[in-house]
Design a protein around this ligand. Structure first.
Ligand code: FAD
Length: 479
């Protein structure tokens, strides 16, 4: 339980849900969408099994109106609410810390419209990303982002965390693709910024406040997002290299040759690959004794990428920049290559517990922290220390896998990793957000003035602080 690991953390002075509240909630969402008892357990625990609260109730509204009625009531009563999408978040933001009522968006899963001319999709927040991907693909479009958690994460959660993922290098961040959204504020008011047109410079763009707000400013209920046309040609290459310097030289060559067609450039070190082989049973498609691997995806409307990739890789092999490679241009084969990269988080979790660091660093210093942490943890009981991630975007996932959570290991890594990151002016959370687990480290990426301004915004929109309490802002626990 979170309260055992953070004993000094105090529950806020929120109302405790009573039987009148239960009747009210049941009346709004219906008996089938009001969850209590044993079934609530899985909603209390995050994907990493790193934090868990003890909420007794989960509400699954189907409409914006229901969300509004719930929040209006909670606001008046002073009941704290934890907002949960697919619960794949990696910073403990999606689960309660104490007994907050869980509002799950899972039943808000309707696609509202898709405009084939503009490529604009409008949907409810609880739509699972993979379902949206399949839907727009049938219309000749793609979603402008992709994550390993696509089968479970929801688009509302993606916006709330400003998820990055595997295609950011080509299509940019969600801040650019999201045209509009609807959100319910803490007091139940419905903020309608659901623009579906591209341009609008009429004052502040309030939608940006909610993208990356991790459920602390409002509940996102509807989304309008710009989908790009599906590229006519896609290929993926799985490449092995002997050193990180070679990885950087290769990245520079790929960018020069393929610039606008580069849709992913993912790094995996040998420890990450071994973890997938050992714990999931997926084989490395090339020589599995190399130090580094990259997965390069190219996508374009011109067949040039398929014609030139082989020749390009052969040249790189001849110059010994890379040591081994395989290319796929058929969807199922491409997917097989992606499976290796996408299974790294799950494979590491199979060791028992994972300390996850999602940081940005300059390319020149990108990988240095990984061997440094390995040396630092040498004498401790650690199963794996590995580095992987979205190298194209300067985003490293440094993961330390152990059999269980251990305070000695935790304090050997934190705040060391954040001090290191801050030294290079990197972000301590490139794409996962701050949530509960990273809140006390916010200062490494945000100045006092920034945090102060963020607090003012929060306090103004949610003066009773009922929405996702204990998240983002530093709390009173020193652990
Ligand atoms: P949840 O985990 O349910 O919630 C995340 C946060 O958003 C919480 O603070 C929650 O309160 C809030 N929230 C959820 N829904 C709403 C809403 N409708 N309104 C307001 N607030 C809301 N992340 C990346 O960025 N890139 C990756 O490549 C990536 N890969 C991953 C791979 C795996 C295997 C896993 C398990 C996770 C990965 N993640 C990645 C992290 C995670 O999938 C993302 O953060 C995702 O966007 C969370 O979506 P969710 O629906 O699961 O949200």
């Amino acid at each position: 339980l979170t309260k055992d690991r953070f004993p000094n953390l105090k529950r806020g002075s929120y109302a405790v849900v009573n039987s009148t509240d239960v009747d009210y909630f049941t009346n709004i969402v219906g008996v089938n969408n009001f969850i209590s008892g044993e079934e609530v357990k899985s909603y209390n625990e995050d994907w990493l099994k790193s934090v868990s609260g003890f909420s007794k109730y989960v509400l699954k509204p189907k409409t914006t109106e229901q969300v509004s009625s719930i929040l209006k009531y909670c606001y008046e009563r002073g009941i704290a609410v934890c907002i949960q999408g697919g619960n794949t978040g990696l910073v403990g933001g999606s689960v309660p810390v104490f007994d907050e009522v869980i509002l799950s968006t899972s039943a808000m899963n309707k696609i509202i419209s898709f405009n084939k001319l503009s490529g604009v999709l409008v949907c409810q927040a609880g739509c699972v990303l993979e379902n949206l991907m399949n839907y727009v693909q049938n219309e000749g479009f793609i979603m402008p982002f992709d994550l390993g958690a696509k089968g479970t994460c929801q688009i509302g959660g993606n916006l709330a965390t400003n998820a990055g993922g595997l295609r950011l290098i080509k299509y940019g961040s969600l801040q650019g693709s999201v045209l509009g959204l609807q959100a319910v504020l803490a007091d139940g008011q419905v903020l309608d910024c659901l623009n579906t047109l591209k341009k609008d410079n009429t004052g502040y763009h309030l939608k940006h406040l909610f993208i990356g707000s991790e459920g602390t400013l409002g509940i996102i209920t509807k989304i309008a997002i710009q989908c790009p046309n599906a590229p006519k040609f896609v290929n993926a290459s799985f490449i092995g290299l002997e050193s990180f310097d070679k990885v950087l030289s290769f990245f520079s060559l790929v960018r020069k040759e393929f610039s606008g067609s580069l849709s992913s450039f993912e790094l995996m070190d040998s420890v990450a690959i071994k973890s997938v082989q050992k714990n999931i049973g997926i084989k490395c498609p090339i020589n599995d004794n190399l130090k580094f691997y990259v997965l390069v995806e190219l996508s374009a409307d011109n067949n040039y990428i398929n014609h030139s990739i082989q020749e390009f890789l052969e040249k790189a092999l001849n110059k010994e920049i890379i040591l081994d490679a395989t290319v796929a241009d058929q969807p199922s084969l491409i997917q097989n290559l992606w499976k290796i990269r996408e299974n790294i988080p799950e494979s590491l979790l199979r060791y028992g517990y994972v300390y996850k660091y999602d940081i940005t660093l300059p390319h020149e210093n990108f990988y240095e922290i990984v061997p440094d942490i390995r040396r630092r943890l040498e004498k401790l009981d650690v199963k794996a220390v590995c580095g992987y991630g979205h190298l194209g975007d300067g985003n490293l996932h440094l993961n330390v896998a152990t059999s269980e959570h251990n305070n000695e290991i935790a304090s050997a890594i934190e705040p060391y990793v954040y001090e290191w990151t801050s030294k290079y002016k990197g972000s301590i959370s490139a794409e996962h957000g701050i949530g509960f687990l990273k809140s006390k480290y916010l200062k490494y990426s945000k100045s006092n003035l920034e945090v102060d301004l963020m607090r003012k915004i929060k306090n103004n929109i949610d003066p009773k602080k009922i929405l996702n309490p204990y998240k983002i802002f530093p709390q009173n626990d020193s652990n």
